[in-house]
Design a protein around this ligand. Structure first.
Ligand code: PGA
Length: 249
């Protein structure tokens, strides 16, 4: 059985004091949740302060990006060692905003995935097609290639998470229907089976992301191959994120 993972991706939102205020209120409201994993990925600047609040709670911390080197002359970058040190368990890699706004390609993302795993961070590798890819019938090609290239050098013993985020559904209010998402999730699981074996593929969590809200989370989570959600906009308010965390209750 795969334990569901509900992850909040705050993107470039919230100051330290806003993050702390959220975290204090949030931990009180999810203290009764233990049958699913909860993760928040705030901006780097909020990690240290939030670590103190999440200590001794079940809520985990993650980062939204990192560079793959341990240290050195890489102005403006953050390393896996730094993320571990500040209390991260997870790191989102290859998010579509990194790919499309900042020009990250599969090779760079793969270097990051390998570095995360080697430092004991759990990478959440994001894949997803553009609207034009979908309209051209290229969805499986695009996400299949992103998955295979992103996971090069990773073995079946490594711990990683995959997130399917159709780019046309991110921040647009347009969610993929549960059936449409499930079609891609089940394709991704087959692809994982071809890369790592069926047994490993059955244990990997594949999250859906793109306009997940309290109103649509239950339908998505009812699908066999959807094991959680990567939530942007709706993770910024305590009440809506708590409702998503408590899906199905
Ligand atoms: P959204 O973002 O929920 O605001 O669509 C999801 C994401 O980009 O991770």
């Amino acid at each position: 059985m795969r334990k569901p993972l509900i992850a909040g991706n705050w993107k470039m939102n919230k100051t330290v004091s806003e993050s702390v205020e959220f975290a204090r209120e949030f931990v009180g409201k999810v203290s009764d949740v233990n049958d699913r994993d909860i993760l928040i990925c705030p901006p780097f600047t909020s990690l240290y302060a939030m670590r103190e609040i999440f200590k001794d709670t079940g809520v985990k911390l993650g980062a939204q990006n990192m560079y793959y080197k341990d240290s050195g002359a890489y102005t403006g970058e953050i390393s896996p060692l730094m993320l571990k040190d500040v209390g991260c368990d997870y790191v989102i890699l290859g998010h579509s905003e990194r790919r499309h706004i900042f020009g990250e390609d599969d090779n760079l993302i793969n270097e990051k995935v390998v570095a995360a795993v080697s430092h004991g961070l759990i990478p959440i590798l994001c894949v997803g097609e553009l609207l034009e890819d979908r309209e051209a019938g290229k969805t499986f090609d695009v996400v299949g290639n992103q998955l295979e290239r992103g996971l090069k050098g990773i073995s079946s013993k490594d711990n990683f998470v995959v997130a399917y985020e159709p780019v046309w559904a991110i921040g647009t209010g347009k969610t993929a229907t549960p059936e449409l998402a499930e079609e891609v999730h089940s394709f991704l699981r087959e692809k994982l089976a071809s890369l790592f074996g069926k047994e490993k593929a059955e244990t990997v969590r594949i999250l859906y992301g793109g306009s997940v809200k309290p109103e649509n989370v239950n339908g998505l989570m009812a699908m066999k191959n959807i094991d959680g959600a990567l939530v942007g906009g709706a993770s910024l308010k305590v009440d809506s994120f708590v409702k998503i965390v408590k899906f199905g209750r």
